[in-house]
Design a protein around this ligand. Structure first.
Ligand SMILES: Nc1ncnc2c1ncn2[C@@H]1O[C@H](COP(=O)(O)OP(=O)(O)OP(=O)(O)O)[C@@H](O)[C@H]1O
Length: 224
């Protein structure tokens, strides 16, 4: 379980996150919405241990982040907005390369299966010849190599076709419901968010997103 208590983030004189508190249970999928610049990526980076908050505390499965950054990092999968894979290498070479950097050992067949699980079938193809959707799937597969309990995804479905979007959504649902993974992800696609999420957190002052989500059958919680 993830607990975020009173998190604040200040960049020089700019307050981005004021007093953010929420909890996520195992197997829960939560969305994070807000206008550009509201602080979604900043919050994901803090939860991912990539960045430290200016104030507040975070706990994962009861362990304080500040006491155990290194151990907790092993339990977290984080996919930033930018696709970070080796373009000149094949899907197979990318997976095997990142497997070497992972804390968990996986065979080549297990790596291939991770890709197949989300309909990424181009095992022998170079990444530069893949579609944007396929690259996003590869990025996601890489983040799962160390069997994270918490998965943080920054706009995993931006700019990809509807079929790939639906495949990624179906796969995320399976990861949460069958494998008990906790997922926090950002998206500007309100149809996708309402279909996929148990709850949506809205960040920032602007009531645009909460208003947009009203009456769509999803719980919306405002964060500051
Ligand atoms: N390293 C940094 N130094 C200074 N300001 C930053 C830094 N990173 C982000 N910011 C500022 O913090 C604010 C929040 O940025 P952030 O990227 O978290 O927003 P976001 O909600 O993810 O936006 P988007 O939807 O465009 O991705 C923005 O005003 C941004 O310019």
């Amino acid at each position: 379980m993830l607990e975020v208590n009173g998190v604040q983030k200040r960049y020089k004189r700019k307050n981005v996150l004021q007093d953010v508190s929420f909890q996520l249970k195992s197997g829960e999928i939560a969305g994070l919405v807000g206008e550009n610049g509201a602080g979604k990526s900043t919050l994901l980076q803090i939860v991912a241990t990539v960045m430290q908050p200016s104030a507040g505390e975070l706990l994962l499965d009861g362990d304080q982040y500040k006491d155990s950054y290194k151990q907790l990092r092993r339990k977290i999968g984080y996919v930033p907005q930018e696709i970070a894979v080796w373009e000149e290498y094949t899907v197979e070479e990318n997976m095997l390369f990142f497997e070497k950097l992972s804390w968990e050992r996986k065979s080549a067949e297990e790596c291939r299966q991770l890709c197949l699980d989300m309909q990424l079938t181009h095992w022998k193809e170079k990444v530069h010849s893949l579609s944007g959707g396929m690259k996003r799937k590869l990025n996601l597969a890489i983040s799962l190599l160390n069997d994270p309990v918490l998965l943080l995804l920054d706009e995993p479905t931006v700019g990809i076709d509807l079929k790939s979007k639906m495949e990624i959504s179906a796969y995320l649902r399976k990861l949460a419901k069958m494998a008990g993974k906790t997922i926090l992800y950002t998206s500007h696609d309100m149809d996708e968010i309402t279909n996929l999420c148990d709850r949506v957190y809205s960040i920032g002052e602007d009531p645009f997103y909460p208003d947009l989500l009203e009456g769509r059958g999803v719980e919306v919680v405002k964060l500051s």
